[in-house]
Each structure stands twice: as C-alpha cells, then as structure tokens.
Design a protein around this ligand. Structure first.
Ligand code: ITT
Length: 232
C-alpha cells in the first residue's frame, strides 16, 4: 500500500449504482471505496423508518454488523467505515412527498422500488396544472457513517448482540433547493434528475451533466461534511 497517499476505506451500503458512482466521483482518490458488489452475501435492508436519518442509520448499521460477524476479510480495522446514503425528493405542493418513499413512489408495494420513469410520470401528474411558483422542491440526502468494528478471529460473533446505539453512527445531511419541471428534460443522471431544476438554473440535473450536479447536489453537500470529518 502506498502510504504517501493516506486513504480512508469505505464500504458503501447501497444497491443503487448511480449513487455509488456519484459518491466515488465526488470523494476522489483519498477514499478507497468498496461496494456491495464485492459482498454479494450482504443482507438487504428493509427501509421502513419514517425519516432519511432512520433509514440511513439502518443501512449503515446492518451492513456493519454483518461485515464484522460474517466477513473477516482484509479490511483495515480501525480506519474502515461503512457509509450509507438515504435520499429523496421533497415537493412542497405535495407536503414533502415523495420524501423517504422516493424510490418506490409509483410502486404498489411498500418495499419494492418502482422504475424511475413511472415515479417521474406520477410526480408530473400530481403536479398537473400547478404553475412554476407552486413547483418548489428539494433533494435531501442523509449520510450515515459507522466505524467497522474489529472482526473477531475467534469467530464467536461478538457483535451479534450489539444494538444500534453501540455503533456510534454519525449523520451528515445535505440539501439542494430547486423546482419541478413541466416535462422530463435531459438524459443524464438518474431518478428524478430529468424533472429537477436546481435553484438559479434553467436546466435540469439530467441536462446539466454530472460535473455540475456533483458540484451542487444534496449528495455533494453531505459528502463535503463527511470529508471534513474524516480527512479535514
Ligand atoms: P439504496 O437504498 O440501495 O441506497 P435506493 O435507490 O433504494 O438505493 P433510497 O431508498 O435512498 O435509495 O431512495 C433514493 C431515491 O430518491 C432514488 O431511487 C431516486 O428516486 C431519488 N433520488 C435520490 N437522490 C437522487 C438524485 O441525486 N437524483 C435523482 N433522484 C434521486
């Protein structure tokens, strides 16, 4: 390992490849990121909390517990963390919906994600007839960070009994204000990006491209706080 360039190791607790790509691009080379693709047995988490904070915490802690208990591989203990991102879109005219349900807005099931195109179509239809000034919205992101506990070579699952409090989760919020367009615009990004026009701009996140988005997004703002906390 090259110690001239100190790295923080993160295991990113997401199954959303777009989020993963943005997190890696924003954090850059000072962070060594593992994804869930490298841990195919990791449990999937039921996101049933009512807040972004609650769901981000669940995603971080459940993966940390599993990694410590079942995956004694060579993650550098002490400087390795699990990072989870829970995020979504809050539309003022819809009293904050879709909010924590953003990924499954158009889904009949409480836990199954729905396709982005269906979520966007549902949002547009609910805002049908609303003028620009009634289309204000924000993206919100809450990151949850927890240190990876030392795995126990004796393999008697020391953290099985641990509850969430023991994991000392730190939360990093970020928001990006904007408004909802009248029709999808642009092909970049993911999720609601074709419908989200950030404040002060005329084009959507999907049109602005990843460099612009990653400079001002909710995720970028939350990750900036995380970077300050971990490497100053
Ligand atoms: P993981 O839980 O595995 O991380 P997920 O996609 O299910 O993946 P969330 O529960 O946090 O993640 O839901 C986030 C949803 O909010 C996402 O699917 C999009 O619909 C929307 N969203 C969040 N950030 C976004 C962004 O930067 N651009 C567009 N839509 C975004």
């Amino acid at each position: 390992m090259n110690h001239a360039h100190a790295q923080v190791t993160l295991v990113i607790s997401t199954r959303n490849a777009h989020k993963l790509g943005e997190i890696g691009a924003i954090l850059g080379p000072s962070f060594r990121c593992f994804s869930l693709a490298e841990f195919p047995g990791a449990p999937s988490v039921v996101e049933d909390a009512k807040t972004f904070e609650g769901n981000a915490t669940k995603k971080a802690v459940e993966l940390a517990k599993w990694l410590a208990t079942f995956e004694p591989r060579d993650l550098p203990a002490g400087s390795a963390f699990v990072l989870a991102d829970d995020s979504g879109l809050e539309v003022d005219a819809l009293n904050g919906a879709p909010g924590v349900n953003s990924a499954r807005f158009a889904s009949a099931s409480a836990h199954g994600n729905s396709p982005d195109s269906e979520n966007n179509a549902k949002l547009l239809s609910l805002l049908n007839g609303k003028p620009s000034e009634q289309r204000t919205a924000r993206f919100r992101c809450v990151l949850a960070l927890t240190r990876l506990p030392e795995s126990n070579p004796a393999a008697t699952s020391p953290v099985c009994m641990a509850d969430e409090a023991e994991f000392g989760v730190e939360l990093f919020p970020g928001t990006c204000e904007g408004r909802i367009a009248f029709a999808p615009q642009g092909k970049g990004g993911f999720g609601y990006d074709p419908l989200f026009i950030p404040e002060g701009m005329e084009r959507s996140f999907a049109e602005l491209g990843e460099d612009v988005k990653n400079g001002i997004s909710h995720r970028a703002r939350a990750l900036e706080k995380l970077r300050k906390r971990l490497i100053g």
